[in-house]
Design a binder for this molecule. Structure first.
Ligand code: SAM
Ligand code: SF4
Length: 317
């Protein structure tokens, strides 16, 4: 395990249909969320145990007050790579500060390169802001990955539009299979756009597309297209073909540890920490949880107490 994904809030300023119902979810009161100090402590315990990279996610990380101070504290830890996943709405005033903290890599979620489709998917009219902030990130030399969930009848045309964006810009566009974490508990019976169909769509336009060698722990299969400044990746998040090399541990906004995206939380770390335990006990607990990880996402889903009901906004993706 070398990669921690930390969801710092369950709140969000968008309402992406694959993540939340239109009316949102019942947000937790602040005291039920991990505090910034508790999150810092978790990272401080895990870092010497081999966690080399932490991704700040949510919810939308920038809607929680205190994010930049937290990132400043994290940036003091030696040899820790800090990455962020954001919807990009509140980025503008923070781009320079992020660069000053030494943060280099940002994943920006953008499912459509079109104002109307963006609105249909996110239920908010923020396309122009997000697009401009994407250009600002590129201009400021961040390593930018664009995350796009592919959905039947909503953004199929954006597969090629986003692919073409990578032709003219040095970004990685990653197409993600839709997962059933939309907060309504309703599962789509069929995954219309699986990783093979997404690839075939791109291949038809760019037959010379070439798979790049995989990196350990990488969930995306990445591809190069001759003449492109950027590249494209496909994440088989629902098909789950990458579980064997998974190096991730998640801590949700509620302080639940997840050793697989598909489990329903394997340990209540928040209550454990609030019972006054020592750092060594937290470290031992993580080791025990790591040793009992399910074989893959299918086993994790089978071990759940009930069907998937939760929203990705509490998990962090
Ligand atoms: N709010 C930030 C954002 O949207 O980038 C960070 C949190 S969001 C939950 C993290 C990632 O999860 C996003 O890239 C989003 O597209 C992805 N995601 C959310 N729900 C999903 C779903 N049902 N299936 C696949 N990916 C999903
Ligand atoms: Fe918010 Fe991100 Fe979920 Fe969209 S995917 S509703 S931006 S948390």
């Amino acid at each position: 395990m070398s990669y921690l994904r930390l969801a710092v809030t369950d709140r969000c300023n968008l309402r992406c249909s694959y993540c939340m119902p239109a009316e949102g979810i019942a947000y937790l009161p602040e005291k039920k969320l991990l505090t910034w100090d508790e999150m810092l402590r978790i990272v401080q315990v895990l870092h010497p145990m081999g966690i080399q990279k932490v991704r700040i996610t949510g919810g939308e990380p920038f809607v929680r007050n205190g994010l930049m101070d937290f990132l400043t504290e994290l940036s003091r830890l030696k040899d820790l790579e800090i990455c962020l996943t954001t919807n990009g709405v509140l980025l503008e005033s923070n781009i320079q500060k992020l660069a000053n903290l030494g943060i280099k890599s940002i994943n920006l979620s953008l499912d459509a390169l079109d104002r109307d489709r963006f609105f249909q998917i996110t239920r908010r009219d923020d396309y122009d802001t997000v697009y401009q902030n994407l250009l600002r990130l590129i201009e400021a030399n961040f390593q930018v990955k664009i995350n796009a969930v592919v959905m039947q009848g909503k953004n199929e045309q954006d597969i090629l539009a986003l692919t073409n964006f990578a032709k003219d810009h040095p970004v990685s566009v990653r197409f993600i299979e839709e997962m059933p974490f939309n907060g309504s508990g309703q599962l789509e019976p069929v995954l219309h756009w699986n990783h093979r169909r997404i690839l075939s769509e791109i291949q038809q336009a760019y037959p010379a597309i070439l798979a790049m060698p995989g990196k350990l722990g990488e969930t995306a299969t990445n591809y190069q297209i001759p003449g492109f400044q950027g590249d494209v990746g496909i994440i088989a998040a629902f098909t789950r073909n990458f579980c064997g090399s998974c190096n991730r541990v998640r801590v949700t906004a509620l302080g639940q540890v997840k050793t697989c995206l598909y489990d329903d939380g394997v340990f209540d770390l928040k209550e454990f920490m609030r019972s006054g335990v020592r750092d060594e006990e937290i470290a031992e607990t993580f080791l025990r949880l790591f040793a009992h990880r399910p074989l893959n996402g299918f086993e994790a889903e089978k071990n759940r107490k009930g069907v998937i009901q939760e929203s990705m906004t509490t998990i962090g993706g």
